[in-house]
Design a protein around this ligand. Structure first.
Ligand code: KIV
Length: 273
């Protein structure tokens, strides 16, 4: 069972595997195949709750799904993603919300979409025993500021800002850093510049680990980002199964004798009516 300490010391070691999961069956699969970290991402909003962005996701939503994932996970390290405005507004609220993920829901750590405003908070959470994964580059909770989901750190000024923030969060005590949708050469530079492991998504091959969204991996999403890779076609499989079921109900083939039972005590019942 990897601990926060194990992950922290894995920089430059064997690649770290991380995948999202939002419910018990997905968590069981991710855990059984030996993925190191399972992230209950606020991508829950898009993948599972039917929202267009992650912004409407609440602390209650994440806590409920972290509970399901934690109950189904034996080995992987469970990380709870802190939703939009659940952190960074007031320190007290941030600590209360992050603490709830560990105290009530069973997470072992939290992830914050990071920026200059989360350096102090990261330090405080770590002091209190709440391990933190930082997240830089494309941080989807800023969709309204970006006007979409564009690549980040593509010029010297913004790349330098990301490098400085990565160092600041490593110094503040984060035990890993997610880098999303940034150039591979920037991710390589950050990975070399900090002691803690980097975990990339759309950040090239030189991070210490990789993370993908469960629905993208298995092919359940209707749309996947260009940097993601689909390893299955579960959506098609599910559609075929549900279609076959509906067709059998319509044709009378289901339920068959093997799916039904008769009670001997009711032998006379039909003669009464
Ligand atoms: O919410 C999420 O799933 C994430 C990962 C894609 C890193 O933040």
């Amino acid at each position: 069972m990897p601990t926060v300490r194990d992950i922290r010391t894995k920089a430059g070691d064997e690649p770290i595997t991380m995948a999202t999961a939002y419910d018990a069956p997905a968590a069981e699969i991710v855990d059984e195949v030996g993925v190191d970290i399972v992230l209950v991402g606020d991508s829950l909003g898009n993948t599972t709750l039917g929202y267009d962005t992650t912004l409407p996701v609440t602390v209650d939503d994440i806590a409920r799904h972290v509970g399901a994932v934690s109950r189904a996970t034996e080995d992987a390290l469970v990380v709870a993603d802190m939703p939009f405005l659940s952190f960074g507004v007031s320190e007290e609220e941030s600590i209360k919300n992050a603490g709830r993920m560990l105290k009530e829901a069973g997470a072992k750590a939290v992830k914050l979409e990071s920026g200059p405003h989360t350096v102090g908070l990261t330090e405080r959470l770590v002091q209190l025993g709440i391990p933190v994964v930082a997240h830089l580059g494309l941080t989807p909770q800023r969709v309204n500021e970006y006007g979409g989901y564009p690549r980040q750190g593509t010029d010297t000024e913004t790349a330098t800002e990301i490098i400085e923030l990565a160092k600041a969060h490593a110094h503040a005590g984060a035990f890993a850093l997610i880098l999303e949708h940034v150039p591979a050469n920037l991710a390589r530079t950050v990975t070399d510049a900090i002691e803690i492991p980097t975990i990339g998504i759309g950040a090239g091959p030189d991070c210490d680990g990789q993370v993908l969204v469960f629905h993208d991996i298995v092919g359940l999403s209707e749309w996947t980002p260009s940097f993601s890779k689909q390893y299955g076609n579960v959506r098609e499989e599910m559609k075929n199964a549900v279609e076959a079921y509906a067709n059998e109900v319509e044709s009378g083939e289901f339920p068959g004798p093997e799916h039904s039972h008769e009670s001997d005590d009711l032998e006379d019942l039909e003669s009464f009516y």
